[in-house]
Design a protein around this ligand. Structure first.
Ligand SMILES: Cc1ncc(COP(=O)(O)O)c(C=O)c1O
Length: 429
């Protein structure tokens, strides 16, 4: 039990024995069951949004939120999604989905993740269920591990998306840090990563970001992925890929899924979490897919049945609308081609902003190197700013981001990139 919950349980037990000792003398009042519930710590991202909203400066800027904006800072609905909405509108589809979700959606999703011609798909050995976006997929993985590999630790990069810790902790999985990022060069600590893989107990579980590592934006090269795959195979480790940004990183879904293919080609049976929040802009639809590549078809049937057994008492069955949208897009070659174009458009805008930010920073703050701004990939730029410098950006320039110096590039536009670079130069001077 978490320490805070343990102390709450003890206090509650004391309170209830005191009240029963008082017995009949007590007036009949409603018992206050939740008097000792402590306020939970604020989520770091939501805390930023609150501060941003409270700032009265009309020029304020929010670089905290991980949701795509266009060059005018406006949220975007993709045209392929609008067309899919049009096609499904008015259809008679208000019934429950099965526990595992929309089968056609899952089939399209695993093709996207593992490749149309993947051997594991041809051999019908991929267990897959529809999930509540990437978060829900990761939680299913944690619960699955807890139930069927209860003694395994899950290694995850330091740093990683902060919710990974919450998800695996609440799923009852022991977490261990995996060295990943070198602060002095803002790049991958490949040697340390390999060392940790080699030193982990054989058969350990590793959570890896398939592309666009959050929060650092630092991904291994294809050669490095190959080295990681071989090292993991030698130790019989298991790879769980969290793929929240396929297509959104490089603009090319195939390229962004390359790490998984390298692992499959080497003979790994991996697991994968997919999210359509960023790459299809379906944030609020909560649509994703969780899959495990199994040894054979019989194992797939067993594994998939257990995925459903975990999902059933949590939410019974997943929501329909997002699944229908994604399936409509992915199953129509024309709409799919349009999606590829649109996701590339989003990725290209971010890549372009990285270039502009670097250019301005090299001009405004030449005392530092800024190549990491363009070397990194995906939605986030791990700037190298300290928490104190981030605080100053908020206090003196009304610019908000997480205290680890992570800039959401989605919030950077042609109109604000120079101002951001100038403000960064002032606070790091
Ligand atoms: C690495 C990573 N995994 C998973 C997610 C889950 O996102 P969602 O639940 O919105 O799909 C995110 C979102 O920020 C992420 O960055």
């Amino acid at each position: 039990m978490l320490p805070v919950l343990a102390s709450f349980a003890a206090k509650s037990a004391r309170a209830s024995s005191a009240s029963s000792a008082a017995g009949a003398a007590m007036p009949a009042t409603c018992k206050d069951f939740w008097a000792d519930v402590p306020e939970a710590p604020k989520d770091p991202i939501l805390g930023i949004t609150e501060k941003f909203l409270a700032d009265s400066n009309p020029q304020k800027l929010n670089f905290g939120v991980g949701a795509y904006r266009d060059d005018d800072g406006k949220p975007v609905v993709l045209d392929c999604v609008r067309e899919a909405e049009r096609r499904i509108a008015g259809k008679n589809f208000m019934e429950y989905l099965p526990i595992g979700g929309l089968k056609a959606f899952c089939d399209e999703s695993v093709k996207l993740a593992y490749g149309e011609d993947a051997k594991c798909i041809k051999e019908n050995r991929v267990a897959a269920v529809q999930t509540l976006s990437g978060t829900g997929s990761c939680r299913l993985m944690a619960d699955f591990m807890h139930r069927f590999a209860p003694n395994a630790k899950c290694f995850m990069p330091t740093p990683t998306w902060s919710n990974h810790h919450n998800i695996f902790r609440d799923g009852g999985v022991e977490i261990q840090g995996l060295r990943y990022y070198k602060e002095d060069t803002c790049s991958l600590d490949y040697d340390a990563l390999l060392e940790d893989i080699n030193n982990a107990p054989a058969g350990s579980f590793f959570l890896l970001h398939a592309c666009a590592h959050n929060p650092t934006g630092v991904d291994p090269t294809p050669e490095q992925w190959k080295g990681i795959s071989e090292a993991m195979l030698a130790k019989s480790h298991f790879a769980f890929f969290d793929m929240a940004y396929q297509g959104f990183a490089s603009g090319d879904c195939e390229r962004d899924g390359a790490a998984i293919k390298i692992f499959l080609d080497d003979g790994h049976n991996v697991a994968c979490s997919q999210s359509y929040a960023k790459n299809m802009g379906l944030y609020g639809q909560r649509i994703g897919c969780f899959s495990i590549v199994c040894a054979d078809e019989a194992q797939k049937v067993a594994v998939e049945s257990q995925m459903k057994a975990i999902a059933r008492p949590m939410y019974s069955n997943p929501p329909l609308h997002g699944a229908a949208l994604v399936n409509t897009v992915l199953s129509d070659p024309q709409l799919k081609a349009q999606w590829f174009k649109e996701v590339k458009g989003m990725a290209d805008r971010i890549i372009d902003m990285r270039g502009k930010l670097r250019e301005h920073l090299e001009k405004e703050a030449p005392q530092r190197t800024w190549n990491h701004v363009t070397d990194q990939i995906g939605m986030f730029c791990f700037s190298g700013m300290t928490p104190e410098q981030v605080d100053k950006l908020a206090e003196e320039h009304s610019m908000y981001m997480t205290r680890n110096g992570r800039i959401s590039m989605a919030g950077v536009t042609s109109g604000n990139v120079e101002r951001l670079a100038k403000a960064m130069a002032t606070v790091i001077a």
